[in-house]
Unconditional design. Structure first.
Length: 605
């Protein structure tokens, strides 16, 4: 697992200065903290029951530090944290110029999906950002697109590098899944993604033939070599490039003859041996489904295994994938599995199970029902002929615990603990805007229908305020742009109430309403959210200033949550979940079994 500093932040509020820091997964359960302002200790007794504090005497020009207390001994002070004037950190961007396609149509760029990783090993995250051209396409549509660009920034806005994937990588949600993770355990994150002839790395080096152009008259790329490249996170330099597997082969093998379903890609990071991360790249989910796992060691990619639904005995695994995936140890063997829609692949590349309920647009994996042992999967399904449009299953065995027949394509689905009267997640499915927002009801994790009316939001869920109930992150969609908001479910009146709505920022990916990224980036266990400014000149990272009495280790040291941040940018973005039940009536979270990659003994927290 990655080394992290205390992630100390301080924010000016009307009541004083709100201060928040990390409780690390490597901390002892008795670890307490002293807080310092301007070099002087302001806590009489060590803080042992939370990792946030309201300093009523704090000023806008104050500077804060925190020190851990272990066995009565005070450790080194953290790095200094100046006070933010508001609960937002603005990261300026190096916005690229637009361009013109071969058919003479201009396009511009906007900031799109992002991921985070510590690319320089200092214990703080950097942002890896994808720039989306205004002519990016869903695979079902013809047309040329602008080049896909990937940038790296430090949180202070320092621009590190830019990768241009080139003319032979088409732009759109299903084409470029970029994995940001420390793949080789050296304490610094790498970036891995699909590349092609003409890709330019962060040092200006060109992969393959820089003059090659495989775009056809429809703007599609159905021929030419395909590559998988691992880039150095610190510089953007290409470290190693191999052929992308599986190859296209016959377009019809993937479900159509024009390249739509052939070009559907997913990706994730998984601890397949239980100790070190592996890279998993995938192609296809409507019909043929192929996943390929790699280890990145000593600067090289080595293939670990291939799972192919065309292999004898795997026929029932065809057509089961979603527009996203999840990663978790679902069978309790200490090694990760890939939950690939309505099916799962075991850590060794064999099929674990398939429910044969088919493709769907949304899926959630976590301890959704804490009264049961293990994890559960909630999924919505698209095939009207299947018995269930919504289903909840045992994540380890695939046993369908209960389901709801819909007789139609259920477009969106959510699982989140939003009502303190019900332990565990409530789950629901709705149809997206444009289809009358139809609700299929609100259910407990046991399948009890508690209301015909479900929340109108089925986008992202976020831990934002001070209680253990999760809030919902969505947007107001006017048909062209989305204005982000965070809402809380009023269980008594069965309605949503807006509790936070930032100004001058936009959501991503049309009606999907995604943030740039949602993750526990710093401070205590609550989550931050990143949105782009209206002109994409900057990213804005928003953090909560609600006090909480709950002390939970940083979610980034929880294995399921951290890997969820890695795959969040994959196709139809989905929110992360934890490996344990986080909600009303929760037990003490299990201490994660982890060690920190790299030698970090000399770096102050």
């Amino acid at each position: 697992m990655e080394y992290l500093t205390r992630g100390l932040i301080a924010v000016k509020t009307e009541q004083g200065v709100f201060v928040s820091w990390r409780f690390l997964g490597t901390d002892h359960e008795t670890t307490a903290f002293h807080l310092y302002r301007d070099g002087k200790r302001i806590t009489r007794k060590p803080i042992a029951d939370s990792t946030n504090f309201l300093d009523q005497n704090g000023m806008a020009d104050s500077v804060y530090q925190v020190a851990a207390i272990n066995k009565g001994r005070e450790e080194k002070l953290s790095k200094e944290a100046p006070v933010w004037r508001e609960n937002v950190l603005e990261v300026p961007l190096n916005k690229p110029e637009g361009g013109v396609t071969p058919d003479g149509k201009p396009y511009t760029y906007s900031a799109n999906d992002a991921s985070v990783g510590d690319v320089d090993g200092d214990g703080e995250y950097e942002i890896i950002l994808k720039w989306d051209p205004s002519n990016s396409k869903d695979n079902a549509h013809d047309g040329y697109t602008g080049d896909v660009l990937i940038d790296a920034y430090k949180l202070n806005g320092t621009f590190l590098w830019r990768i241009n994937l080139g003319r032979n990588i088409r732009a759109g949600a299903h084409y470029t899944q970029f994995m940001v993770y420390d793949l080789d355990g050296d304490g610094k994150a790498e970036i891995a993604m699909k590349t092609a002839d003409g890709t330019i790395d962060g040092k200006g080096n060109i992969i393959g033939d820089e003059h090659a152009d495989f775009r056809n008259e429809q703007g599609r790329i159905l021929s030419g070599p395909e590559y998988l490249t691992v880039f150095k996170g610190e510089t953007g330099e290409a470290l190693t490039t191999v052929d992308y597997e599986p190859r296209r082969g016959k377009l019809e093998d993937w479900g159509d003859g024009y390249g739509n379903r052939m070009d559907r890609f997913l990706a994730g990071i998984a601890y397949l041996d239980g100790e070190r991360p592996s890279l998993v790249m995938a192609r296809g989910y409507y019909t043929r489904t192929v996943l390929v796992a790699y280890d990145f060691r000593n600067g090289r990619l080595k293939k670990r295994w291939t799972f192919d639904s065309n292999q004898p005995g795997h026929e029932a695994y065809a057509g089961q994938g979603n527009h996203s995936l999840s990663v978790a140890d679902v069978d309790g063997d200490g090694k990760d599995e890939i939950i690939y829609g309505a099916m799962a692949v075991d850590h060794d590349g064999t099929g674990l199970y398939t429910t044969e309920l088919g493709h769907g647009d949304a899926m959630h994996v976590g301890d959704l029902d804490p009264s049961r042992k293990g994890l559960e999967v909630f999924q919505v399904h698209e095939d009207a002929s299947k018995p269930y449009g919504l289903s909840l299953r045992d994540a380890g065995t695939g046993e369908v615990l209960w389901g709801v027949h819909a007789g139609t394509d259920v477009g969106r689905g959510m699982a989140a603990h939003i009502d303190p009267r019900y332990k565990g997640s409530l789950v629901w499915g709705i149809d997206p805007p444009g289809n009358d927002g139809m609700s299929y009801g609100l259910y407990t994790s046991k399948g009890e229908k508690i209301s015909d009316k479900a929340p109108a939001s089925a986008n992202f869920a976020i831990w934002w305020d001070g209680d253990l109930v999760r809030e919902l992150l969505d947007h107001e969609w006017n048909g062209t742009i989305g204005k982000p908001k965070i809402e809380k479910w009023d269980a008594e009146n069965r309605c949503l109430k807006t509790i936070f709505q930032p100004e001058d920022v936009l959501s991503n990916n049309g009606t999907k309403g995604n943030p740039v990224l949602q993750a526990n980036l710093f401070g205590d266990w609550r989550e931050e959210v990143i949105w782009r400014t209206e002109d994409s000149s900057a990213l804005r990272i928003y953090t909560t200033t609600h006090l909480t009495r709950h002390r939970i280790y940083t979610l980034m040291h929880d294995p399921v949550y951290r890997l969820g941040i890695a795959w969040q940018n994959t196709a139809y973005n989905q929110p992360p979940h934890t490996s344990f039940y986080l909600g009303t009536g929760m037990k003490k979270p299990p201490k994660p079994a982890l060690y920190i990659a790299g030698n970090k003994a000399e770096i102050p927290l």
